[in-house]
Write a protein that binds this ligand. Structure first.
Ligand code: MG
Length: 248
């Protein structure tokens, strides 16, 4: 049995699904459609070190998906043994955001357009599911990935009460396009998002597009993980076919 077929079998048995009918792709944005995580990591690192807080650049890849306040509190707890005040959170997060924008726009993730093309050709609905709440997001995606997402197929931080790793963003995306978890493939690059997709019951693919190891994505609940977008794209048509053909 191939690695993909055995991953599918493991997933189907764990969820007690008897069939899988891939109808929707629920897709994360940062680190999946944009190679934005290095810019976020630098923005965080430069901000905190300017304030004398010790950190490493790479640790910020691991905090992807957490709110700004949660990340700041984690650093404060470690450095000062206390949470940041709301004013400190607001001021520091503003600085981080300014650092991020000062670097210019994030480049598109290599091969992400090929992934979207495959989902489209397979007749699967596409929904963008992001913890970001930027107002320009929908226009930017429509410009960078024309035709990939209908204007109503966006779940952002404004759409949910509880962000990733809560399953709510993915459950909401499923309701939006009227599909069940056994009809949904989630694509994520970070443990926090993988957890959200797995808890929602979707076939959750972890794609390691940054320094986060494959093992961390699997430990977060990924059904399968790939070490690059290129490797995922290469395997995707076969993965969809194998999911369709699964018989318990
Ligand atoms: Mg991400």
């Amino acid at each position: 049995m191939t690695q993909i077929k055995s991953a599918i079998k493991r997933f189907m048995e764990a969820h007690q699904y008897t069939q899988f009918d891939p109808r929707a792709a629920l897709i994360d944005m940062d680190g999946v459609l944009y190679d934005s995580m290095p810019l976020h990591a630098s923005a965080w690192y430069d901000m905190v070190t300017a304030h004398g807080i010790k950190a490493t650049r790479d640790e910020f890849f691991g905090y992807e998906g957490m709110t700004g306040a949660a990340t700041i509190n984690l650093l404060f707890e470690r450095e000062y043994g206390r949470n940041a005040t709301p004013d400190e959170v607001a001021a520091l997060y503003k600085e981080k955001t300014e650092n991020f924008h000062a670097q210019g726009g994030a480049p598109l993730m290599k091969d992400a357009n090929k992934m979207l093309g495959i989902f489209t050709r397979e007749g699967m609905e596409r929904v963008l599911v992001t913890g970001s709440g930027q107002t320009s997001l929908i226009e930017r995606i429509s410009h960078d990935y024309p035709g990939a997402f209908k204007p109503e197929n966006f779940i952002t931080s404004r759409s949910v009460a509880h962000g990733k790793p809560d399953p709510e963003p993915y459950l909401k995306a499923m309701r939006l396009v009227d599909v069940k978890p056994w009809q949904s493939i989630v694509v994520e690059n970070a443990p926090c998002g993988v957890r959200a997709g797995a808890r929602a019951g979707a076939f959750t693919v972890g794609v390691a597009t940054g320094p986060i190891p494959l093992d961390d994505l699997m430990a977060a609940g990924a059904a399968i993980a790939f070490d690059s977008m290129g490797a995922f794209v290469k395997a995707l048509p076969g993965l969809i076919a194998d999911l369709r053909a699964y018989n318990s």
